[in-house]
Ligand binder design. Sequence first.
Ligand code: NDP
Length: 327
Amino acid sequence: SKKPVRVAVTGAAGQIGYALLFRIASGEMLGKDQPVILQLLEIPDEKAQNALKGVIMELEDCAFPLLVGIEAHSDPMTAFKDTDYALLVGARPRGPGMERADLLAANAQIFTVQGKALNAVASRNVKVLVVGNPANTNAYIAMKSAPDLPAKNFTAMLRLDHNRAASQIASKTGKAVAGIEKLAVWGNHSPTMYADYRFATIDGQSVKTLINDEAWNRDVFLPTVGKRGAAIIAARGLSSAASAANAAIDHMRDWALGTNGKWVTMGIPSDGSYGIPKDVMFGYPVTCEGGEYKIVQGLEIDAFSQECINKTLKELTDEQDGVKHLL
Ligand code: NDP
């Protein structure tokens, strides 16, 4: 049987954590033959540590055959020790009256500490996924704080935007979501993201041709995908924790186990592709094989797409400029 791998999860007692841990432990992320050790991080606060104890009791009571160890931590330097996968979910939410700059600064502090800890103690091959918002900028900060780890090991979650776009396309065309290929989402995990179905097919047919409605793309599809998180909060009174956790599972599974040529979206440090400045943590269409992602190259960027990409890039470079002095 396989050697266990170490999976660290931060914000482990939060809403996303609650929807995420049981699926990691059951083998949905790394495969039904891969034993895992969970290294769970929560803030030292007594309430959070108690909540974490409760979650651990439930994990124990599932008697998952693949779950061979569970650890509770309040310090990233121990939580990230030898970790092979790190899902950084915990982040500082925007409080009442909090300015954007305060939010960026609070998170810069958290992700600087966590990046340094990963740099010091994690496996040299650690795969890092940042879910906590602002996810792209938090991932950028962690990457910049971990100079001894390869930059490509740091990623941000755009998969929820990708999955939301796929679901909207399936419902518009009246076809099953499983038939979709070649969907792309560019940019920041925020309402400025650009979901792009110009190359997509569903059951082998061109999505663009099937829909054939530029106004729907611009006035319905893009705003619906971009504002989906807010629509779920309005409907449920709570945020979209389950679908966020699901997207995190999809992202890590595809990165680790491969996509068989299928395009998925990941936020990754730019290598300069498509004119995005190097190191900007940007959503790209990628394929994964052998534990590595590769940007889908050679796609034509038309005027409308360039305008959308420029807008989401501007937002990201503004965020990253806003934290530069903190790094
Ligand atoms: P959640 O588990 O619901 O969310 C955690 C983070 O994920 C937030 O930053 C949230 O962003 C983000 N997120 C990304 N995509 C989504 C999505 N689609 N839907 C919802 N959230 C999304 O938050 P909780 O407050 O329930 O739990 C957070 C836990 O993290 C707490 O237990 C807390 O103790 C811990 N924490 C840890 C910190 C640390 O490690 N130093 C710092 C702060 C908290 P958004 O805010 O934009 O919704």
